[in-house]
Write a new protein. Structure first.
Length: 147
């Protein structure tokens, strides 16, 4: 598949939920809940410096008995954060996410974050593309193919 992350973001949207390294983990958890997402990007200014996920919370706070209201994001975020440009193909992004064992991928262009994609976003894109191909093939076989 030659579709790019730019195409996925054009359909999904480019909203990025982020927190700062100096924010409390409790604040980050509020953002996760408010937006019904599994991870937030950690930005220092406009620069991505980490990611805080539900997995980070479970492993680095809950299991260790740390308090989310007193712990800072910088102390438990995953870093460095893997980023990719929007020209990367969906297939390459899925391979990177699988190999690096990450579920969220910030898309960065010219030093600015232009969007965030989850592995679910990319899997849904692939499924949708496959469904369109199947439908076109069925139309062709049935003789209803335009052209």
């Amino acid at each position: 598949m030659k579709d790019t992350l730019r195409q996925v973001l054009a359909k999904k949207g480019s909203t990025v939920i982020a927190v700062a390294p100096g924010d409390t983990v409790f604040h980050a958890l509020e953002e996760l809940a408010r937006h019904n997402i599994g991870a937030v990007l950690v930005l220092e200014g406009a620069r991505p410096v980490g990611m805080l996920s539900e997995r980070d919370y479970a492993r680095k706070l809950a299991l260790l008995g740390r308090a989310s209201r007193q712990t800072l994001v910088r102390d438990v975020m995953s870093h460095p954060v893997l980023t990719v440009p929007p020209e990367v193909t969906v297939d390459l992004a899925l391979a990177l996410m699988t190999n690096k064992r990450v579920r969220h991928l910030p898309v960065v262009e010219k030093g600015s974050v232009t969007g965030m994609l989850s592995i679910g976003d990319l899997v849904n894109w692939v499924i949708s593309a496959q469904a369109e191909t199947i439908e076109a093939l069925q139309e062709y076989i049935a003789g209803r193919y335009p052209g």
